[in-house]
Ligand binder design. Structure first.
Ligand code: R5P
Length: 288
């Protein structure tokens, strides 16, 4: 099995290869002086390949590299090309919110298929329905049990808080695993950079609160949630997410509201990626 880690998932690719007891295939990937991408696969060609590449920030560059890898493997006559996209960029544009908008997630799904992907494996897609955009098999794995395990080891009887209704399912899942309480807040998105969160009575006084979300992008959602928890007297506030997109100074903004810890997975490599999804992905591939 040929395991290829793209530029956006180098360490994760290596960890998955190790879990699978395979060697990571060398990939030459660089930019020409004008910014165009060059890739070359120098490993020994097999009949099956697993390509690992998150398509987050900078999305377009990582996507282009991924298309080049898949298409090149296809031209080398590989029978099966499993594409692992730990963080699926453009996943929040899965429908047309205003007339004339590109349904970006659908276009990317079509392009992955056209390039030659035979199966897609992703983690906590922003919408479960994203799997239906593909005509090939697409799997949406959940990293929530991994986050729950970490939270269970580090916090005593925490309250799990969803910063909006969309994250309520995650809070419920984690609280269910840990047999602890959960709650949620109501958020309205005003613009990509601005969110408003309704004040709400939360029973967190002198308690440890852990906010859970799928993605932290600008950090606006978490900043609001953290301020509300602080106001309600939480003794400790931690933030956990699967995908640490962390645009610009998002972490700084979050920590400056008094957050004690930010916990994330390595679907995107970041300073707070303390939990690896490598075993989750490798075990799924092994079952395969
Ligand atoms: C929204 O639906 C997502 O679950 C996240 O809450 C959102 O993407 C976070 O964005 P930001 O960090 O920019 O507030």
């Amino acid at each position: 099995m040929l395991i290829i880690g793209g530029s956006a998932s180098q360490k994760l690719g290596a960890l998955i290869a190790k879990e699978l007891d395979e060697t990571l295939c060398p990939l030459e990937s660089r930019k020409f002086p004008d910014g165009e991408r060059y890739i070359r696969i120098t490993g020994e060609i097999d009949s099956e390949a697993v390509v690992i590449q998150s398509t987050g920030y900078p999305q377009d560059q990582n996507l282009m590299e991924l298309f080049f890898i898949i298409k090149t493997l296809k031209s080398l006559d590989l029978e099966t090309i499993k594409v692992v996209i730990p963080y699926f960029g453009y996943g929040r544009q899965e429908k047309r919110f205003k007339s004339g908008e590109a349904i970006s997630a659908q276009i990317i799904a079509e392009m992955l298929e056209a390039a030659g992907a035979s199966e897609i494996i992703s983690i906590n897609l922003h919408e479960d329905g994203l799997c239906d955009l593909f005509n090939i098999t697409a799997h949406n794995l959940s990293a929530m049990p991994l986050l729950a395990k970490y939270i269970g080891e580090k916090f005593e009887d925490p309250v799990i808080v969803a910063p909006d209704k969309g994250a309520l399912g995650f809070a419920r899942e984690i609280a269910g695993i840990l047999s602890c309480e959960h709650d949620y807040m109501e958020k309205t998105r005003i613009s990509p950079e601005k969110v408003e969160t309704k004040p709400k009575n939360l029973d967190v006084e002198e308690r440890e609160a852990v906010i859970i979300d799928d993605i932290i992008s600008t950090g606006g959602t978490i900043v609001n949630a953290s301020r509300i928890l602080r106001k309600h007297g939480a003794s400790k506030i931690a933030v956990s997410c699967v995908h640490p997109v962390l645009v610009e100074d998002a972490l700084l903004k979050i920590f400056s509201t008094g957050v004690d810890e930010v916990i994330a997975t390595d679907t995107l490599q970041s300073d707070v990626s303390t939990i690896s999804v490598a075993p989750l992905i490798a075990n799924f591939i092994k079952k395969g």
